[in-house]
Design a protein around this ligand. Structure first.
Ligand SMILES: Cc1cc2nc3c(=O)[nH]c(=O)nc-3n(C[C@H](O)[C@H](O)[C@H](O)COP(=O)(O)OP(=O)(O)OC[C@H]3O[C@@H](n4cnc5c(N)ncnc54)[C@H](O)[C@@H]3O)c2cc1C
Length: 459
């Protein structure tokens, strides 16, 4: 048990939550059961985005509406929860007050920081400007339009293939990059496969599309077992994904990337799945931040040295019972959200707070149709193939917030699985059609290919 923060249990307490993702939303829902607590939930979007399925929006398996849920709708049955769509721009942790981009000011008896994370480009030149991160609904919709813009352009003018139209580079072979690569491999095969009568792009062949997965480490899915890594690599290769390990992306341009081994590849679609850091709000909080700019928290999820301030989910460095940092996972965020609510209620009741205990259900990643890996439970019972694929569908459907969302996602998955055209292949961001086909006036344009003759090197 850790120290308590004494409050008068009879007065109404105001809890201010910044961020309505897995962590903030679960905190709000649990607190809402107590009528003596008034909760204000601030989020820059009016929806919760379900990040684990972003890659399915980017590859047109699901539509945006399948993975984004209106916060007011989700919380409508709780009269003591007030949702405000607003961007928080500064926070005073000592007074538990926040200021918003619209010039408003909010204050709480408790402050819960759950602003999540954002892409970390690690200072890679050009990555911020030219790559396509995959960390928000906006990112996923933009990327979907970009992929479709490339397919449409190459179909209209096949000479653009030599300018890299169908070269796609994915940076980072963790779960995000691997899931994206696998789903994208399936998408290209179903859109372009030779001999498929109903393929979407009649003038393009699948061997013209190239997906390159690049990672500085020595395995795909580095947090999984070696057996799962081998399986994942094999499944990706079966989908035409070329894996380049031990290699970093050194520079991203509007029409190329340069790899750490000097290879220069013509591409107009660099997908950034290279890492995360805490949301930018953590930059100016005036507290020491830890790995990835995240807020170090005590075992009970409070921020050290402050009264009534909690940090949760991806925004916080939360340690497990052995002091090791917990990963940035939806289940960690969800459980820390509920746990912080419990500790806030203890604070109000004048009871001691409990240290957070994470219930580890395991990890899983989808590689494509009928192919997934799962390591279930604390003891990591390994599953692969169709059974892991089914487990993945079940677990992700269960995490969706409403019955309607679950049914709709299952219908879309079934439609995709049984070979229907991808219903959400909609190019709705016209700006993604603005492509610089003559990147930097460079003449060294080549296609990605396992045959090294088709790549060139910068000296
Ligand atoms: C592509 C991808 C795939 C993933 N796949 C999996 C998976 O398969 N399984 C798994 O367990 N986990 C997965 N994760 C991780 C998981 O999604 C995160 O751990 C989880 O979303 C973290 O929840 P959170 O509430 O801390 O943050 P978020 O869900 O990111 O929510 C943060 C909220 O804060 C809001 N916000 C941020 N800044 C401000 C501001 N200044 N003002 C107001 N509001 C703000 C945001 O709009 C957002 O709604 C994945 C993540 C990504 C990016």
């Amino acid at each position: 048990m850790t120290q308590s923060n004494e409050q008068n249990p009879n007065s109404v307490k105001r809890v201010l939550i910044v961020g309505g993702g897995f962590a903030g939303l679960n905190c709000a829902r649990k607190l809402a059961a107590n009528p003596n607590v008034r909760i204000t939930l601030l989020d820059k979007n009016n929806y919760q985005q379900f990040q684990p399925l972003l890659y399915q929006v980017a590859t047109a398996i699901l539509g945006p509406g399948n993975i984004a849920f209106n916060l007011r709708g989700t919380l409508r049955s709780h009269p003591n929860v007030d949702v405000k769509m607003t961007e928080v721009v500064s926070i005073d942790l000592n007074t538990r007050t926040v200021d918003t981009a619209e010039g408003q000011h909010y204050e709480g008896d408790f402050l819960v920081l759950a602003a999540g994370s954002q892409a970390n480009f690690f200072g890679t030149p050009g990555a911020d400007e030219h790559s396509y991160p995959l960390y928000s609904l906006h990112d996923a919709e933009r990327l979907r339009s970009r992929i479709l813009a490339m397919l449409e352009s190459a179909d209209r003018d096949p000479s653009l293939v030599a300018k890299g139209a169908l070269n796609f580079v994915i940076v980072g072979a963790g779960a995000t990059g691997t899931e994206m690569a696998g789903a994208f491999g399936d998408m290209l095969q179903s859109s372009l496969k030779r001999g498929t009568r109903d393929k979407a792009y009649k003038n393009l062949a699948v061997d013209r599309g190239q997906i390159l997965l690049v990672d500085g480490g020595h395995a795909v899915l580095s947090t999984f077992s070696p057996k799962a890594q081998t399986y994942a690599a094999k499944m990706l290769e079966e989908r035409g994904v070329q894996i380049r390990l031990g290699t970093r992306v050194k520079e991203v341009g509007s029409g190329h990337v340069v790899l750490s081994d000097g290879t220069r590849i013509s591409t107009h679609t660099v997908i950034w799945a290279g890492g995360l850091k805490a949301a930018s709000l953590s930059d100016n909080l005036g507290v020491k931040t830890g790995h990835g700019g995240r807020i170090d928290v005590e075992a009970d999820l409070t921020v050290p040295g402050l009264t009534g301030v909690y940090a949760l989910g991806d925004f916080a460095n939360i340690a497990d019972k052995d002091g090791r940092p917990l990963p940035q996972l939806a289940s960690v965020a969800e459980q820390s959200g509920k746990w912080s609510a419990r500790n806030i209620l203890s604070d109000i009741a004048g009871k001691p707070r409990d240290p957070f205990h994470y219930f580890d259900k395991g990890i899983m990643a989808m590689i494509g149709r009928n192919s997934a890996v799962a390591e279930v439970g604390e003891h990591r019972h390994e599953l692969q193939g169709a059974i892991a694929f089914a487990a993945w569908l079940g677990v992700h459907a269960a995490l969706l917030s409403s019955t309607r969302a679950k049914i709709e996602a299952f219908l879309e998955w079934a439609w995709d699985y049984f070979g229907g055209a991808r219903g959400d292949a909609v190019l709705d961001r016209a700006e993604e059609l603005q492509i610089n086909w003559n990147d930097d006036g460079e003449e060294r344009i080549s296609a990605v290919s396992p045959a090294s003759s088709q790549t060139d090197k910068t000296s």
